[in-house]
Design a protein around this ligand. Structure first.
Ligand code: BG6
Length: 481
């Protein structure tokens, strides 16, 4: 990344002392700063409710957070914190508080000779999105003499109607070009590479259709539970937390047509087309929901979902979902797509498996142990990022037997450690590149697919923590790995 292409800016984080800031944003911004990827002139203003904090208090909060993350030497942290970090209280968030924020912003810009390029990042719970956008807008912070960008973290709404409402509300104050909706999956190198893999390697693209592909599985499995986020997760569940966004974005990248150009609108338009071509989800036959009970992960006992702090003992929230989808277009008609995600599964694994059609007849059938397995392309997005193309080989000696082996590529072997998704996304926001962000209509269309599922929730099946999900998932021909 050529930092000379980045203009100076002020980065304002609403929710500046929250969990997202501590765990993701601050470390990512810090890493970018010490790698010299940010413009020399950049300032960060954390905004939060507390009136007990000031610039120095925030700098020492940030210092502790970065040290706890094991990020760098004492000296580097201190000088970045001193030079670039500031704090502003928002109190109760009254119009006067927002006017005070606007004044503070102008004062900082003046003191640091910044050209009114502003990023407002909403690192806030979703209930605070609209009041904050309104507060900023009414204080005149929705535009400036430079550029003003608004960053919204998922979830964007909790269903189709609320997503539309949120988009309309935001558009009252800002136009779509100013809005960056983050789905952090899109910042992962391996996810970005899906388009390169497909559109720079014609040998695969020519196989990428209903004539050659038998089925596609996309799985986001986590061994983690809800990590103390019961308040959020009880309202969300696996459908809202991962299926509607991360999994659906992966589905669009795997299935979309080649965009007219490698640029934001062309890509978003192709995503929209696929989303519109998805056939309605058949709740009875094509969806299985699950919830974890106690079990063992890596030899450690873990409690069930209903025993997690903050979860009710009769909670009906799903921590697992598997479903089958079809896309009614020329390329994919009739090919099943199996999407699944779950918490407290056997291990962390995000993987796309493309199974190709098997040989129409086998000349090896007369021999024993000569079952031919289909060719499968496995794209592992995390961990152990890479590709495996599985094929059959003859084992040594007689009689003839077949074995499955693979050609493989691993990112770590080729490039070393991968950057964090947030670093990529933050740089893109600073640069004004919207390719990896979600356009308003794409958000709404992704909710629309799952509307029937959210309205008439199917039954919940239980699975022990440490397994690969409820056995009932096999009913929709979903095999776990
Ligand atoms: C988040 C979800 O969006 O993605 C979490 O809210 C989930 O529940 C996380 O754990 C998974 O992201 P990653 O990058 O760890 O695969």
């Amino acid at each position: 990344m050529d930092k000379t292409r980045l203009e100076p800016y002020l980065f304002v984080i609403m929710g500046g002392t929250g969990d997202l800031m501590r765990r993701k944003l601050l470390p990512a911004l810090y890493r970018l700063a010490i790698q010299n990827q940010l413009p020399d002139n950049h300032q960060l203003l954390a905004v939060a409710r507390s009136a007990d904090m000031d610039d120095n208090g925030f700098r020492s909060w940030a210092h502790d957070a970065l040290t706890a993350a094991g990020l760098a030497t004492e000296e580097q942290i201190s000088s970045w914190c001193e030079e670039c970090l500031h704090y502003q209280t928002l109190g109760a968030g009254t119009p006067a508080d927002y006017r005070a924020l606007a004044n503070r912003i102008v004062t900082l810009e003046h003191a640091h000779r910044l050209p009114q390029n502003r990023i407002f990042y909403l690192a806030l719970p979703p209930t605070a999105f609209m009041p904050t956008v309104e507060g900023l807008g009414e204080a005149g912070l929705n535009h400036s003499q430079g550029w003003t960008r608004l960053v919204v973290e998922k979830p964007f709404g909790r269903d189709y109607n609320s997503a539309r409402e949120l988009n309309h509300f935001i558009h009252r104050f800002l136009d779509e070009r100013q809005v960056y909706r983050i789905d952090h999956y899109l910042g992962k190198e391996t996810v970005q590479n899906l388009l390169v893999f497909r559109f720079a390697n014609p040998i695969f693209e020519s196989l990428w259709n209903r004539d050659r592909v038998e089925s596609v599985k996309i799985m986001v499995a986590e061994d983690l539970g809800i990590e103390g986020r019961a308040n959020y997760y009880e309202q969300a569940g696996a459908v809202r937390d991962v299926l509607q966004n991360h999994l659906t974005q992966l589905l669009t990248l795997v299935t979309m047509e080649i965009p007219a150009a490698f640029e934001a609108d062309a890509i978003h338009t192709e995503k929209m087309k696929v989303l519109r071509q998805l056939t309605p989800v058949h709740i009875e036959n094509d969806v299985v929901l699950g919830q974890y009970t106690e079990g063992q992960i890596n030899g450690k006992e873990v409690s069930g979902y209903r025993q997690e702090p903050g979860v009710t003992s009769d909670s009906q929230t799903e921590t697992f979902v598997a479903l089958r989808l079809y896309i009614a277009n020329w390329r994919w008609q009739g090919v099943p797509f199996y999407l699944s995600t779950g918490k407290r599964l056997h291990r962390q694994l995000t993987k796309i498996s493309v199974t190709f059609r098997s040989a129409p007849v086998s000349i090896f059938m007369p021999f024993e142990s000569c079952e031919i397995h289909s060719n499968v392309l496995e794209i592992t997005l995390q961990p152990d990022e890479g590709f495996d193309l599985c094929f059959e080989v003859k084992s040594l000696g007689e009689p003839i037997t077949l074995q499955t082996h693979s050609l493989h590529f691993r990112y770590a072997e080729a490039f070393g450690p991968l950057p964090d998704a947030y670093e990529t996304l933050l740089l893109d926001i600073m640069r004004g590149d919207k390719t990896l962000f979600i356009r308003a209509d794409v958000t709404e269309a992704s909710w629309r697919i799952y509307a029937p599922l959210l309205e008439q929730k199917p039954p919940l099946y239980f699975y022990p923590a440490g397994s690969w999900g409820p056995l009932e998932a096999g009913r929709i021909n979903f095999q776990n790995i």
